[in-house]
Design a protein around this ligand. Structure first.
Ligand SMILES: NC(=O)c1ccc[n+]([C@@H]2O[C@H](COP(=O)([O-])OP(=O)(O)OC[C@H]3O[C@@H](n4cnc5c(N)ncnc54)[C@H](OP(=O)(O)O)[C@@H]3O)[C@@H](O)[C@H]2O)c1
Length: 313
């Protein structure tokens, strides 16, 4: 495929570029070049800002593409600008959305037809600072902008649950890896709680597979509910870091009573079981051919060594 990747240099985008380059796709990458400036051989890097109409028009002149993969769009009016400029030169638009698009998450189980936040495809909040409450509605606005400019028959939306893996910058897996590596007594909640993180490399492979299949519509992307559990994550951290830890399992209510902040203070901990009840049947039934090569766990350890927190995009 001839692919255009919008974003691409922080986390999900890096995995996507690596996978797409490996698969022999022809790539153009569009970002400001602030974070990474070197890409695999053959990748065309167009340096520009999607806040600039001129840059987006210039970008469109480099087409055509089989698909645009918009990894990082979060402002509806800017996604609309890109989608409008690219609709004549790209066959379809793949938009990386999020589980936060669902209005009732984490309070109810969600599938692809669950209610979304009300949103406006023309909206610009006027600020670029990270606001966790605005995030879901903004991403829904972006989804609507893509559907409006490309049409439902040329738009694919992926809604991942929490994404983990090399270059993760929010600090979820790095926090647990660093803690386990340090050793000693580790306080951990809900050992049997199902968790549904998706490995960034699986998310990248899935996005490419669906783009290649010219698929449209919406996919939740997560580990199947009930397959992985919290204690399994801890075992894996121990295996990878060699940390000598004693797990101290505690009642969730006790943690809540101590005022421990869910999701951030103990990353990936959420006392509501519905937080990990994202239906994944549609993705599972798509028969994607995922890579089967063993994973280089060193990638995770490298994350800890070089990890610096950064606010979510
Ligand atoms: N992390 C999770 O657990 C999770 C869960 C669900 C969904 N998601 C979604 O997954 C995506 C992950 O994002 P990511 O940060 O990993 O994506 P990324 O594509 O790897 O990185 C963000 C890119 O955007 C570029 N960029 C930022 N502002 C720009 C601008 N004004 N003009 C041009 N380029 C710009 C950055 O490069 P420069 O700075 O060099 O311009 C960088 O290349 C997000 O859409 C998020 O909503 C994440």
């Amino acid at each position: 495929m001839r692919l255009l990747i919008l974003g691409g240099s922080w986390f999900v985008g890096s995995a996507l570029i690596a996978a797409a380059a490996d698969a022999g796709h022809e790539l153009t990458v569009f970002n400001r070049g602030r974070s990474v400036d070197t890409y695999p051989t053959g990748v065309e890097h167009f340096r520009g800002d999607w806040e600039s109409e001129a840059d987006v028009f210039h970008l469109a002149s480099l087409g055509p593409w089989d698909a645009v993969i918009d990894v990082a769009g979060v402002i509806p009016s800017l996604v609309k600008r890109c989608a409008r400029a690219l609709a004549p030169v790209a066959d379809r638009y793949v938009f990386m959305s999020t589980i936060s698009a669902y209005r009732d998450w984490p309070y109810k189980a969600v599938d692809e037809s669950s209610p979304l936040w009300e949103a406006d495809p023309d909206y610009d909040p006027g600020t670029r600072s990270w606001d966790p409450d605005a995030y879901g509605p903004l991403k829904v606005g972006c989804e609507l902008a893509v559907a409006r400019e490309f049409g439902a028959d040329r738009a694919l939306v992926l809604r991942p649950h929490v994404v983990l893996g090399p270059r993760e910058y929010v600090g979820r897996l790095p926090w647990w890896l660093a803690r386990v590596e340090r050793g000693g007594r580790v306080i951990v909640p809900a050992p049997d709680r199902s968790i549904q993180p998706v490995d960034v490399r699986d998310l990248a492979a899935f996005a490419l597979d669906r783009a290649e299949a010219r698929d449209v519509g919406v996919y939740n992307v997560a580990a199947p509910p009930g397959r992985d559990i919290f204690s399994g994550l801890l075992d894996a951290c121990r295996e990878v870091t060699g940390g000598d830890v004693e797990s101290v399992w505690v009642e969730e209510q006790w943690l809540i009573d101590q005022g421990v902040t869910q999701w951030t203070e103990l990353p990936l901990w959420r006392a509501l079981p519905t937080a990990w009840s994202m239906a994944t049947n549609r993705a599972e039934s798509s028969r994607v051919s995922m890579p089967t090569a063993p994973r280089d766990c060193g990638g995770y350890v490298g994350v800890v060594a070089g990890w610096r927190p950064r606010s979510e995009p």
